[in-house]
Ligand binder design. Structure first.
Ligand SMILES: C[S@@+](CC[C@H](N)C(=O)[O-])C[C@H]1O[C@@H](n2cnc3c(N)ncnc32)[C@H](O)[C@@H]1O
Ligand code: SF4
Length: 438
């Protein structure tokens, strides 16, 4: 049997000083209260601006200290009761103790700070939806402690797995299947052969993917297939030592985006928040206003989440994505939805690209890179010289770096929007429209 990959434990920070009183006047991106004691900055997890709290230093550095919250002496007017019973220990959320509208304004302040060299006068446009029950995909970690099965997410103060009963950011259907799964795993023997579990909900329904670390008997597999049938869900198995589950073309997943249908493999990237994804794509179409004169490059295109809606309005669209299997899915999506003005290229956008995209006059570029951003590809974009660039980003610091470069090379920022894709967490999604200076 293959051994489970050991989890590197990160231990809970221990107090190294007495209990002291702090006045909190700021909030970090990771939801730590910022206080000053004798002029030295102290970060206190769980404390909010405007509060007086009792806390103990756990780590003392040259420039700042870190402290653990003991009690709240004077609470903030924006402090609310977390809606999840696991909030104090689970690392999945960081902002449930802060009122929803204040979460959004705190994220906006933070984003404005990150983009301070770019947006002095522009107003940040805000896009948000439900603050709970939005997550249509989740990876559930598994561990055992003293014989007890733990199923949940990594902890806040340590990397240990926190056992979860009810998660309020999961969609209602995923929460329901999670509860049934937990019960079933406690009574049959699959848990010892599992690396992790992936839950997914889309237009096709709910699915569960078991990532196996060792082979299991046909009998056990059949028992789980009948559980899945009873629960009306799809089941996928990722065999030991493989990087992806084998999935036949009839068993691919799909999600609808307006009148479009997008197929994908259950382990392909899709946006986690379905409603916010619809709003984000609609905003992208509104800001970029594709029209019949436009030839558009959709970089980091995945299975065509932006490419297909763009192709509904543009003369033609070229999508670029590194993963061959996703490029194939994107091509299939183009043909399933009847497009003949869409093509896809498999290419690594961190590598210098030859003049592949110079052959036709690209008028607009949309890019939606992973957290690392798209710095390596910026010179190619500048060479292509589109009149507009729409940058969708999940990491404001790489967005700031890349946008500052584009501005230095002749673009100006027209619009910036914060999209609250991941409420209750510190993650921020941003959209920026840049225009070529005349
Ligand atoms: C944030 S996702 C966006 C996907 C798509 N735009 C969407 O909305 O579903 C980033 C995508 O970039 C792809 N990607 C990551 N690194 C890449 C690279 N070096 N070159 C090209 N694509 C890459 C990933 O596979 C992923 O599909
Ligand atoms: S991720 Fe789920 S379980 Fe964890 S704190 Fe957030 S809502 Fe609660």
């Amino acid at each position: 049997m293959r051994k489970r990959t050991p989890i590197r434990r990160q231990s809970k920070p221990q107090p190294i000083g007495p209990v002291q009183t702090f006045t909190v006047d700021g909030l970090t991106h990771e939801a730590k209260g910022v206080a000053r004691l004798k002029g030295k900055v102290t970060f206190i997890g769980g404390a909010l601006p405007g509060e007086t709290v009792a806390a103990q230093i756990t780590k003392s550095g040259r420039r700042f200290d870190e402290a653990v919250l003991n009690s709240i002496i004077e609470p903030s007017a924006y402090r609310v009761e977390p809606s999840c019973q696991h909030f104090n220990v689970c690392g999945g959320c960081s902002f449930q103790h802060l009122a929803d509208e204040k979460q959004l304004s705190s994220k906006a302040d933070w984003l404005q700070g990150q983009l301070r060299n770019l947006i002095t006068t522009q107003e940040l446009e805000l896009l948000s939806d439900n603050f709970t029950h939005y997550r249509r995909r989740a990876r559930i970690a598994i561990d055992r402690k003293k014989g007890t099965l733990l199923l949940g997410f990594r902890g806040k103060a340590s990397s240990d797995i926190v056992s979860i009963d009810h998660c309020v950011v999961l969609t209602g259907n995923l929460q329901k299947i999670f509860s049934s799964l937990k019960l079933e795993l406690s009574i049959n023997g699959l848990a010892d052969s599992l690396g992790h579990i992936e839950l997914l909900e889309d237009t096709k329904g709910v699915s569960v993917l078991f990532r196996l670390t060792s082979f299991i008997s046909d009998e056990l597999k059949r028992a789980w297939e009948s559980w899945a049938k009873k629960e009306l869900i799809s089941l996928y198995w990722q065999a030991p030592n493989t990087s992806k589950a084998e999935v036949s073309s009839e068993n691919m997943r799909h999600y609808d985006l307006g009148e479009l249908r997008l197929e994908y493999h259950p382990q392909d990237f899709i946006q986690v928040n379905a409603i916010m994804n619809q709003k984000m794509v609609a905003q992208a179409m509104d800001w970029l206003s594709p029209n019949k004169q436009d030839v558009i490059l959709d970089l980091f295109c995945g299975v065509g989440n932006f490419s297909l809606p763009l192709a509904q309005h543009a003369q033609s669209v070229i999508g670029v994505e590194v993963q061959e299997s996703m490029v194939e899915a994107a091509r299939k999506n183009a043909s399933l939805n009847g497009f003949d003005n869409l093509s896809f290229v498999a290419s690594d956008l961190t590598q210098p690209v030859a003049n592949e995209f110079m052959k036709q006059k690209i008028t607009k570029v949309l890019l939606d890179p992973p957290r690392a951003g798209a710095f390596e590809f910026l010179d190619t974009i500048i060479k292509i010289g589109p009149k507009q660039i729409l940058y969708v980003s999940c990491n404001a610091s790489t967005l700031a770096r890349d946008a500052e470069y584009l501005v230095a090379k002749g673009y100006r920022v027209l619009r910036v929007g914060l999209m609250d894709m991941f409420p209750q967490t510190s993650h921020v999604e941003t959209m920026m429209l840049l225009q070529k200076k005349k």
